[in-house]
Write a protein that binds this ligand. Structure first.
Ligand SMILES: Cc1cc2nc3c(=O)[nH]c(=O)nc-3n(C[C@H](O)[C@H](O)[C@H](O)COP(=O)(O)OP(=O)(O)OC[C@H]3O[C@@H](n4cnc5c(N)ncnc54)[C@H](O)[C@@H]3O)c2cc1C
Length: 233
């Protein structure tokens, strides 16, 4: 029987959602909690979803709170073996971090390209603003950060493909790509001037969308914790 709730679940109340993959405490082993991964189908009695509204970003994506009130599910809905929950869930995290890192890289690239185009088109004091060194150097820094982020992410992806332990590299890529996405999009807004703050320009949405990348799938602080442990701190 499953009891509890979990907040902030992506697609948790979307039509396409078939239910939830839950990591539940199923007992104790040597004084430690035993976790098991269980699939809970949408029509299970006691299972409920509540859509969360008024997000700052990712307005097109559903986010929900899930409730489990005395949910009974058959043993056949156990994913893997009983007691393997933590191992199963942790193994999915590294891959998920690569996905968020890729979102950060793509967002940074998109913001950079918009800013470069805008700087070429926008004229002030009789010339395109891209001709001002202050703007050109911002774009040079943005391009450099994106290049570093791409290399960091591609290295981690290559390590995953080789079957190597890539936990630290996945955490580094997510930490770095999400961070530079924030820095790059901030500069992209600056290059757009007042228009960067208007909803008519996509860079305004990019500015908001970036923020989740430093929080979801492990906050930047938790990633620093993972990396520090991996490097022997
Ligand atoms: C839009 C959205 C979608 C999401 N989708 C999902 C989803 O599909 N599935 C899912 O499971 N979760 C999802 N989440 C939850 C997300 O993973 C968490 O919000 C995130 O992990 C942070 O947890 P928290 O909000 O409880 O913050 P807290 O854990 O309360 O953290 C608050 C602050 O304290 C810091 N902190 C906490 N613990 C430590 C520590 N040990 N050392 C140093 N600093 C620490 C954090 O880094 C953060 O800065 C989603 C969240 C959002 C906003």
């Amino acid at each position: 029987m499953i009891n509890g709730s979990k907040i902030f679940i992506t697609n948790g109340s979307a039509e396409m959602s078939a239910g939830a993959t839950v990591q539940a405490v199923t007992g104790e082993n040597g004084g430690k909690k035993e976790f098991t991964t269980i699939l809970v189908e949408k029509d299970t009695p006691g299972f409920a979803q509540r859509t969360m509204h008024r997000k700052m970003m990712w307005r097109g994506s559903d986010t929900a709170e899930l409730f489990f009130g005395e949910c009974r599910v058959p043993v056949s809905q156990t994913l893997g073996e009983r007691g393997q929950g933590s191992r199963i869930m942790l193994s999915t995290l590294d891959g998920g971090r690569l996905s968020i890192a890729a979102m950060g890289l793509g967002l940074a690239r998109g913001a950079y390209e918009m800013a470069l185009q805008y700087a070429r088109d926008r004229k002030q004091f009789g010339q395109p603003i891209v001709k001002f060194q202050a703007i050109a150097f911002k774009l040079a820094d943005m391009a450099t950060r994106i290049e570093h982020a791409r290399n960091t992410l591609y290295t981690a992806c290559w390590m995953k493909d080789q079957g190597m332990d890539y936990t630290a590299e996945a955490a580094m890529s997510k930490l770095y790509c999400s961070r530079i996405a924030g820095e790059v999009v901030d500069e992209a807004v600056q290059i757009h001037g007042g228009y960067g703050l208007m909803k008519d320009y996509a860079v305004e949405r990019f500015y908001r969308d970036q923020r989740l990348l430093e929080i979801g799938e492990g906050t930047s602080e938790i990633l620093q914790l993972v990396i520090s442990r991996k490097i022997g701190c």
